[in-house]
Design a protein. Structure first.
Length: 126
């Protein structure tokens, strides 16, 4: 693998946690390996590994963009990642308020519903 892939895997583990990455790696098949390599190198090895902004800020941006574009299926994963990125519940609320104003209340409302459920799950497992 490439240096960017290795950096991406390290960042992915730091942000999402070893357990999540281990499950994803175990589920990887020959069919989706090229896609997994792509996102590990590009999303994790380039974008998330950049030191241009903090992981906390990147976490907030990611959650806002996921909500604003209606890509709700990854919101719970990125809410769980806030435990590793340092983005607080207040940070997440601020990001979703921006979504409400600039991308629409229904999208922000649905993202908040997912965040609340994920936070409840995290607190239950503590």
């Amino acid at each position: 693998m490439s240096e960017r892939y290795d950096a991406g895997m390290a960042t992915r583990r730091k942000v999402l946690g070893d357990a999540h990455v281990d499950r994803a790696e175990a589920a990887k098949t020959d069919f989706d390996q090229p896609f997994q390599d792509l996102i590990t190198e590009s999303a994790w090895g380039t974008v998330w590994s950049s030191d241009g902004i903090s992981h906390r800020e990147r976490s907030m941006l990611t959650l806002a963009l996921l909500a604003a574009t209606g890509n709700f299926e990854e919101i719970p994963m990125h809410i769980r990642a806030t435990l590793n990125t340092g983005a607080s519940k207040q940070d997440v609320m601020e990001a979703f308020q921006h979504v409400a104003i600039y991308a629409g209340v229904p999208k922000a409302n649905h993202a908040l519903k997912l965040a609340k459920a994920t936070y409840a799950e995290l607190e239950k497992n503590d």
